[in-house]
Ligand binder design. Sequence first.
Ligand SMILES: *Cc1c(COP(=O)(O)O)cnc(C)c1O
Length: 387
Amino acid sequence: MSEQQHLAKAGFETRAIHAGYEPDAATGSVIPPIYATSTYKQDGVGGLRGGYEYSRSANPTRTALEGNIAALEQGERGFAFASGLAAEDTLVRSLCKPGDHVVIPDDAYGGTYRLFDKVEQAWGLEHSPAAVSDVDAVRAAIRPGQTRLVWVETPTNPMLNIGDIEALAAVAHEAGALLVVDNTFASPYLQQPLTLGADVVVHSTTKYCGGHSDVVGGALVVRDLGIADAVAFHQNAIGAVAGPFDSWLTLRGLKTLAVRMDRHCDNAEKVVDFLLDHPRVEQVIYPGLASHPGHELAARQMKRFGGMVSFRVTGGEEAALKVCESTEVFTLGESLGGVESLIEHPGRMTHASVAGTDLEVPADLVRLSVGIETADDLLADLDRALG
Ligand SMILES: *Cc1c(COP(=O)(O)O)cnc(C)c1O
């Protein structure tokens, strides 16, 4: 058995640190170098030393990242892209053709919704929204013979709804469709959709996988080799690949994913407890709360409940905006999943584009990406901002 085959049976943290790369034979380099090269010297025409010929097709730093994330998701192959949306677009081109239909979450990440609504639709791909927490609604949205993909996020953003991956996979497969799970919010540490029946996992590695708010990237992981071939062809044919430096940063992030996620979850739980007791907080939304409608499901399919917390402030939109603008440790900003805590107002920021539609979020809603700073400092900051 090779070292990499042994790793298939190893624990998550061991895979995170060792999968995808073996110390370089020539130098012993423990970490893959940033292979800043576009091309590779051939030993005679077609004589490729390491299988590499041009860095859009493959680059050793990217290969290391792709092997690592595939091992973390317990998939057969991984693919790294320039962004989460680049990964999504490549997946759609790989598996769909004009005239096909896709079911998407009715509260999809805004960029995902825009991709389907403005880009894929113009190419001829139809889409219908359905609530991921309602298996019957997803089944009803499927068009037998035309639906190619059922696309879900769980937890969703910013209401943190939970979809039953096992049940949704069964519903998709019954109709001859594939289940795609955007696993960005949970990360592979908390949830591994391929082991629950999903066919493809999508990541914005910009978020928890990279984890340090210093790189934009995306990934796909699949378990079927036929799907892998289609994705590999389109990754090269379209060319929206992750560059070597971005791949190196993301791989560096993945090595500490487990310890970071545990601290994100610890801190989120403390923030939730604090908010529940605060007189200026009307409602706390977190899948770890027994009052959350998806709590039991989340407890079944996730290791813990994640670092994202949403809450509603008494006093409406003005009060919520004031809280967002008053914190000092929590930085006002979009995105999520980095070591630093972020605060934002979905109604005016990440979800401004869905105002006036069915997807509109409450005006008094505040979303937190709870970081890994000292928990007491986070609580004191929120206490000050809530006044
Ligand atoms: C950020 C995000 C994306 C898009 O990823 P980019 O890296 O920004 O292109 C997709 N899905 C979810 C859930 C996200 O949070």
